[in-house]
Design a protein around this ligand. Sequence first.
Ligand code: GDP
Length: 450
Amino acid sequence: MNKNNETIVAISTGSSSGAISIVRMSGEMSTIIADKIFKAYSGQTPSEFEPRYLNLGNITTENFSEQAMCVVFKAPKSYTGENLVEFQCHGGTQIANGIMKECIKHGARIATNGEFTKRAFLNGKMSLSSAEGMMDMINAESDAEIRAGYELLTGNLSKLAYSSQKELTDILSEIEVSFDYPEEIIEYITKAKVKERLENLSKQMEETIETSETGKMIKSGINVLIVGRPNVGKSSLLNNLLQKEKAIVTDIAGTTRDTVEGTFLLDDIKINLIDTAGIHETQDTVEKIGVDKAKNLISQADIVLFLVDSNREYSADDEEIYNSIKNTKYIILRTKSDLAENNQKHFEDEIEISIKNNQGIDKLKEKILKLTKISNLSSGSVIITNERHKNALIRSNEAIKRAIENIELDSLDLIAIDIKQAYIDIGEITGNTTSEEIIDSIFSKFCLGK
Ligand code: GDP
């Protein structure tokens, strides 16, 4: 039997005990297997159930009986597009395991990771990018990630990919038609029209690719690096923002010799905060490694918080740090404002903060959000949060650009080769041109029972 025709079973709820567990079975035999183990109190067996209605009854396994609910979905109107049965049992892991084993005894096999969703994809129930969006929602650590996953799941990116493919096939048919009329004037007109349509498509793709910067921030969080001389209050700020004592705070310079990291949510957005070793001239070998690491991290940060002490003179070390961050997105913070005697600003746009009095922190948070621009996202927008989608768009756009570049010189049948390539590349987003190996590798990263 083909692997995809077998009936599969898995526990779809989490692996710890709770109020309810769901055991899910999909495949042609699922209702027949269910008939052998479940009997509704109405006297009906699962094969006789009205689809999509819950039925209370009894499950009998080799070692125990259980009172449970059963619902049947008939192909093709189910999540997988196949006959699908779900048992809602009491939430003990032993109970769910026993039911699953009973299904296996009667002919089902245990599902591999993501196999239910893979079947949904193979049966045309959802595109590959929608399946990925759903997985993003399950793994989300912030509301912004849930929203981005939802947009992907509900198909805005798929729609864009399908409409691009449609446009590319329309352009190809225009080229085909022109082959029937070999006059030079027809070729000239066709080339002009094709070029314009390709340029519009390329522009749309470029705009979508640009959203990946925001997408990366949503998915992986925003990397905010804290830099400054020793003792300016970096660890105190980190602890304040994380609301826990993550870094050691002392008035001994050089206490933080390596980076200390933590994550917190700011208006639904994940902020990865990194506290660095105080940057200054030092002969201490261990401290020096920390200082070099801090300098390297500056180039990878999305935002740098540069801390200057209100209570000390602006020094050569401060100036050196400023020079290494001035080409990044940065925020200057004048720390320990509670101790400042004369509040002279060194930088025009600096924010005064006092961890001791909890002042200036809200202003800092506002500024971080302003620099990320993520809060401006509206629903229905396409944001690229997945490297695979971004690469597919880039490759497709490159093929389109090759066609545009060569259109004056090359014959239309040569241009058609690049257009066909663009079609294949963009199809990888929805999965209609994706190889089986890649599809397998994507679904293998899904969780069991999904
Ligand atoms: P780091 O070396 O830059 O990480 O600095 P720390 O966070 O370890 O702070 C150095 C010293 O400054 C500690 O004694 C802190 O208690 C103190 N400190 C930090 N922030 C403030 C503040 O806002 N006001 C006052 N008065 N002291 C602070």
